[in-house]
Each structure stands twice: as structure tokens, then as C-alpha cells.
Write a protein that binds this ligand. Structure first.
Ligand code: MG
Length: 281
């Protein structure tokens, strides 16, 4: 299989990400799919969708779960609303991510990914143990489906994430590395973080951002790929050094402005194609 196939974060009927037509127009061979709404997650739709993807020559490399009620408005809101960490929504969302995993299986996809939420940094906290338990539960469900679970990075420093993965102790738990999130959340230099958790990185986002004035207290700013502080040549060189050969999936979260989103993703593809040619030959 080709090293570093390019990809985009895409959606059928929900969430962030570009439409399939846009992915096709930009000649992108892979997508990570934002999980569609519950009503869409049927066997019949999976088949229809696979036929359509086949026609477009696009392969799904991961299905990303997201939940009603999640908000990325600011960092405290993320802590309160995102992923499987908030106790009030945990049971319902755990059931839903399992349904999403089952839908991914219908699509023949062996990677399920999600934002787990803000894992507490202190392993002695009871919340930490609860999040361990729910993560094991989801990993075990994915295992029965022949799938891996990838945790999106960003909310915690690389050392904390490494500790958490060790503590979960499941061999199908990996990382979807997003360098921009490390900057947006102020959780560490992304290239250093990649060096720390690199052996668990099985999928990546290509997204860029600028540091906040007070990192960790306020958001950094997501910007077009190449305009931010990630440094994509260093990023790809580090992935190469780690032996990462999987897809490079561009994520650009400005769904309110689809024309600009498409233009910026087009430029991001050019930038990554040039770097690939330079580094891979
Ligand atoms: Mg991401």
C-alpha cells in the first residue's frame, strides 16, 4: 500500500468535515468519516455508502465518533461536554460509540476513533478509574469487532496520555495524533509529544494552529495548514522517523464556510504533496 496516502476528514450527514463530493473533486484517495446520525447507521445505508465510495475511488481509514451536546466553545466547555469523561452522559454515549463501532464494521472499517474528553491527570482520582473502566469496555467491544480504538490527542500532555494508555492495558488502544490540538489546548510542543507517544500513533490529523497568549487557559487559533506553528516538514520527518506509513488526513474545522474550507484544503493537499515528494521521493 502507498505510504502516506492523503486524506480528508469527511462527513455524510453530520458534524464537521467536508462532503464526499469535495473529497472526490480534490482527488483524495482516503477519508476519515465522521459517524453519521443514528437514523443513518443502518446496514442498507452502509451498503449504499460503500457502493458510492467505490464509485468515487475513496477508502475509509477510520470512523470518528462524536456525540450530541458536545461543544468546543472554550476549554472549560470542552471539559464539561466532550467525550466519555462527563459522568451524566457517559452511559448513553458509551452505548452509542459501540453502535458506531458496529456501523464501522458494516463499512469494513477496523479503526474507531474519538475524543475521549479531558482525562484527569491524577491517577488517584476516582474519575480517572472510571474513565479507565469505560475505555476498557469500549476497547473490548471493538476487539470483538476486530477493530482498534484510536484516541484523539490534544487535551492532555503526551506523558499523561502515555500513562493512561499503559493503565488501560489493552492491545487495541492507539492514538490519532493531532498536532494542532496540542497547540490549541496548550498541552505541549506537538513534535516533542509525537516523539513521546509515537509508538502508539496509528493515524494522524494534518491540522495547523497558533499558540494562545496564555496556553491552556484560552484557545489557540486554528489556521490554514502551513500558516501555523506546527511546522509540517518537521512533523512529517518525525512521523517518518517513527516508521509511520499510514494516511495523512487533513482536518479543517470551518464548516460554516465551505468554499473557504475547500480552497484551504486544496492548498493543504498541495503543501503535503510537495513535502511527500521531497521526503519520500
Ligand atoms: Mg483532530
Amino acid at each position: 500500500m502507498e505510504k502516506w496516502p492523503l486524506g480528508v476528514f469527511a462527513s455524510i450527514d453530520a458534524g464537521l468535515g467536508v462532503k464526499l463530493e469535495v473529497a472526490h473533486e480534490l482527488k483524495v484517495p482516503t477519508i476519515q468519516l465522521h459517524a453519521p446520525h443514528k437514523a443513518t447507521r443502518t446496514a442498507e445505508n452502509a451498503k449504499r455508502f460503500l457502493d458510492r465510495l467505490g464509485g468515487l475511488g475513496i477508502r475509509i481509514t477510520a470512523v470518528f465518533g462524536g456525540f450530541e451536546g458536545e461543544s468546543y466553545a472554550d476549554i472549560p466547555t470542552v471539559v464539561r461536554t466532550v467525550g466519555l469523561v462527563p459522568p451524566e452522559t457517559r452511559a448513553a454515549r458509551t452505548a452509542e460509540i459501540k453502535e458506531i463501532a458496529d456501523f464501522a464494521r458494516l463499512l469494513g472499517v477496523d479503526v474507531v476513533a474519538l475524543h475521549l474528553g479531558f482525562v484527569p491527570h491524577e491517577p488517584s482520582e476516582s474519575l480517572y478509574r472510571e474513565v479507565l473502566a469505560v475505555t476498557r469496555d469500549v476497547c473490548d467491544h471493538c476487539r470483538r469487532n476486530g477493530q482498534a480504538l484510536h484516541l484523539e490527542t490534544g487535551q492532555e500532555p503526551a506523558d499523561s496520555l502515555l500513562q493512561f494508555i499503559h493503565d488501560v492495558d489493552r492491545d487495541n488502544l492507539f492514538v490519532n495524533f493531532d498536532p494542532a490540538n496540542m497547540i490549541l489546548y496548550g498541552s505541549g510542543n506537538p513534535i516533542e509529544a509525537l516523539g513521546i507517544i509515537g509508538r502508539y500513533v496509528k493515524s494522524v490529523h494534518c491540522k495547523d494552529a497558533k499558540w494562545a497568549v496564555n496556553p491552556g487557559k484560552e484557545w489557540g487559533q486554528e489556521v490554514a495548514l502551513g500558516d501555523g506553528d506546527v511546522g509540517f516538514e518537521a512533523y512529517l520527518k518525525t512521523l517518518d522517523r517513527l516508521g509511520y506509513t499510514g494516511p495523512l488526513t487533513i482536518e479543517r474545522e470551518i464548516p460554516q464556510d465551505p468554499n473557504r474550507q475547500k480552497a484551504e484544503i486544496g492548498r493543504a493537499l498541495d503543501l503535503l504533496r510537495n513535502l511527500k515528494a521531497k521526503l519520500v521521493g
